[in-house]
Design a protein around this ligand. Structure first.
Ligand code: F6P
Length: 552
């Protein structure tokens, strides 16, 4: 495997980035009337304006050359063809097959997986129809009003984000609840408001071994059986989503009430699979299929568009330019749309669990930075909290501003103000306010002398802070599907260029192992594990508190 850092295009990128870091973006626009148009692109209903970045034609051309030099196009072919690109687990990575049209042929180990995908989808749709139409009845014959998804990570974040984003398309007769944490407060707080007779639980776990999920599922099952009085209630009120039929059955859920998927679907890429059952229940079959179709449209765009016109590729290369060329350690995702409020949390897992790696596919340590810290929340709230740092702080924070033009529930008054702020922030960050402008403004307010001079440096905005602007016409199942797939492919492109495996997650294992050891020690004071002095003292402190609680 050629070391990325020895590629001529990599070296060129570093020197171009060092220069362009100091580009005056205002000047770049003033001297190049075609810049805004040249650096913008629309595909799958998503407009991307990337003109407010520290780029020029030469830097972009080199980034595309870098992508080609790392074999991106061949790697993309392998991804879609079902090659085992998740090498450390020997698995294909085929979330794209979950949204491929019926009739497509995508093979894993010589077997076309599309018919299996379509079968599960059809079963999910039939089940969802029954619940939505009131034909699926609880033990005492009442219809389902509340659905509780119990899952964590990819078995929670995607469905939760999508159900929030698509609330306007959701059934008014169903209330959705998402339980992820093993902090029992969450489950207790949800259950205390629910009627067991009208509640349906979805236990969602790819492995069906995840401690948090199984602990919550056991507690929910107990709550249900206690309330309804018979074990038979489970068959009417519990379904499972998993790749592990044996564990589902061992848990006590009939596999007739299980919706399966496959080990070639990564947890954080699984909302298109049976993990999307809460979404399908909430928005119905036609809308769920539109979500899949939107993602498929982005798959096609990603596969077919030349790199220079390819949304995921451009987003990925800009990210690499900032991370590796300019030392950006974080990436802010700033949706100006309340239904998208869980998007940053979803993208955190997608990006950080995928590309938070420091070893290349060949086992060698990287000598460059990889995935950034992804963070954010709805942008308008951010403006009144952390945007100060974005405007005048010392960190370089590339930003994805995400807006939606049509916001049916919001009045024109609200929407105009929201979008004005959305646009203003991108402009303010890029243009800043120069010293002369500040001075003139203060003078116009009647300030003079020392008072004016003391204020000037505090009121200067350096500007030149980069951002991408993404605009959706409307937030629909289809456009949401395209948006999520856009980010999935961006993550793929970055991982492919960095030469890492974006599809394993060994880094989550050590903490899980240690938690099991410490759990035993917390339960039994006779067990004393071998830890560092700090952890020992803390275990002792917590154990005493738990014992005290038990005695009360
Ligand atoms: O611990 C991390 C992780 O394995 C994620 O990758 C995954 O999405 C999550 O846990 C939940 O896993 P499961 O769906 O198997 O319960």
């Amino acid at each position: 495997m050629t070391a990325l850092s020895t590629l001529p295009a990599w070296q060129t990128m570093l020197s171009q980035a060092a220069q362009l870091k100091h580009i005056d973006l205002r000047q770049a626009f003033a001297s190049d009337p075609g810049r805004a148009e040249r650096y913008s692109l629309k595909a799958c209903g998503i407009l991307l304006d990337y003109a407010k970045n520290h780029i020029d034609d030469a830097a972009l051309a080199n980034l595309f050359a870098l992508a080609r030099a790392t074999g991106l196009e061949a790697k993309r072919t392998q991804l879609f063809a079902g090659a085992p690109i998740n090498a450390t687990e020997g698995r294909a990575v085929l979330h794209t097959a979950l949204r491929a049209p019926a009739g497509s042929v995508i093979e894993v180990d010589g077997v076309n997986v599309v018919p299996q995908v379509q079968d599960v989808l059809a079963r999910m749709a039939r089940f969802a129809d029954k619940v939505r139409n009131g034909q699926w009845l609880g033990l005492d014959g009442r219809t389902i009003t509340d659905i509780v998804n119990i899952g964590i990570g990819g078995s929670d974040l995607g469905p939760f984000m999508a159900c929030e984003a698509l609330k306007d398309f959701g059934s008014p007769h169903l209330n959705l609840h998402f339980i992820s944490t093993v902090d029992g407060w969450q489950l207790a707080t949800v259950l205390e408001k629910l009627d067991p007779a009208t509640t349906l639980f979805i236990v969602a776990s790819k492995t069906f071994t995840t401690q948090e999920t199984l602990t919550n599922a056991r507690a929910a099952r107990q709550w249900l059986v206690n309330a309804l009085g018979v074990e038979a209630a489970v068959a009417k009120h519990f379904v499972a989503v998993s790749t592990n039929a044996e564990a589902v059955s061992a848990f006590g859920i009939d596999t007739a009430n299980m919706f399966g998927f496959w080990n070639w679907v990564g947890g954080r890429y699984s909302l298109w699979s049976a993990i999307g059952l809460p979404i399908l229940l909430y928005i119905g079959e036609a809308n769920f299929r539109a979500l899949l179709a939107g993602a498929h449209a982005m798959d096609q765009h990603f596969q077919a568009a030349p790199l220079e016109q390819n949304l995921p590729v451009i987003l990925a290369l800009l990210g690499i330019f900032y991370i590796n060329g300019m030392g950006a350690a974080t990436q802010l995702v700033s949706p100006y749309n309340q239904p998208l409020h869980r998007l940053p949390a979803y993208l955190q897992q997608l990006d950080m669990e995928s590309n938070g790696k420091s070893v290349r596919l060949d086992g060698k340590q990287v000598d460059y930075h990889t995935g950034p810290v992804i963070w954010g929340e709805p942008g308008i709230n951010g403006q009144h909290a952390y945007y100060q740092l974005l405007h005048q702080g010392t960190e370089l924070v590339p930003i994805d501003f995400i807006g939606v033009l049509d916001n049916p529930k919001s009045s024109i008054e609200h929407n105009t103000i929201l979008l004005a702020n959305f646009l203003a922030q991108t402009e303010a960050l890029m243009c800043g306010k120069h010293e002369a402008e500040v001075r003139a403004e203060l003078k116009a307010q009647g300030l003079t002398g020392d008072v004016l001079e003391q204020l000037v440096p505090h009121k200067v905005f350096g500007g030149n802070r980069p951002s991408n602007t993404l605009l959706l016409d409307q937030l629909t199942p289809s456009s949401l599907g395209s948006l999520i797939a856009l980010y999935e492919h961006k993550v793929f492109v970055q991982g492919a260029i960095w030469g890492i495996n974006s599809y394993d997650q060994w880094g989550v294992e050590l903490g899980k192992q240690l938690a099991r050891t410490i759990e035993a020690e917390l339960r039994d004071p006779a067990i004393n594990g071998v830890h560092d002095a700090s952890t020992n003292r803390l275990i002792d402190y917590v154990r005493k508190a738990l014992n005290q609680k038990q005695k009360c």
